[in-house]
Write a protein that binds this ligand. Structure first.
Ligand SMILES: [Fe+2]
Length: 121
């Protein structure tokens, strides 16, 4: 996340890969949101860069991440991650995890996601 005015937006290169991998930015966000909804209890949702150059949504339990070789978990380089442990949002959102995620998207630091993509890609 970043303060207003410092968030930027997805670079042309990143946006092209998002479109190629998911069809659109909206489809990527929708799949990401679904991954957080499917993650029962504590964990993380991720946008990852896979070895073949495509992007995917991954989700890990507890403190795990998609760099770790885990059964049933899609592996890749994390470009963006969201903590969906209750401690990340419970104080403000109680059990309304989808509202927390909806409010989080506009705060995203795309400049940092672009940097990670450029470094890893
Ligand atoms: Fe946390």
């Amino acid at each position: 996340m970043a303060p207003a005015g410092q968030r930027g937006s997805a670079s042309r290169e990143l946006l092209n890969t998002i479109n190629r991998s998911f069809g659109s930015m909206e489809a990527m966000q929708s799949e990401f949101n679904q991954a957080t909804a499917d993650r029962f209890g504590s964990g993380w949702a991720w946008l990852i860069l896979k070895a073949d150059g495509s992007l995917a949504i991954s989700s890990t339990p507890n403190q795990d991440n998609p760099l770790i070789d885990l059964p049933g978990i899609e592996r890749g380089m994390p470009l963006l991650g969201l903590d969906v442990w209750e401690h990340a949002y419970y104080l403000n959102y109680q059990n309304r995890r989808p509202d927390y995620i909806k409010d989080w998207w506009p705060l995203l630091n795309w400049k940092e996601v672009n940097r990670r993509y450029a470094e890893a890609g």
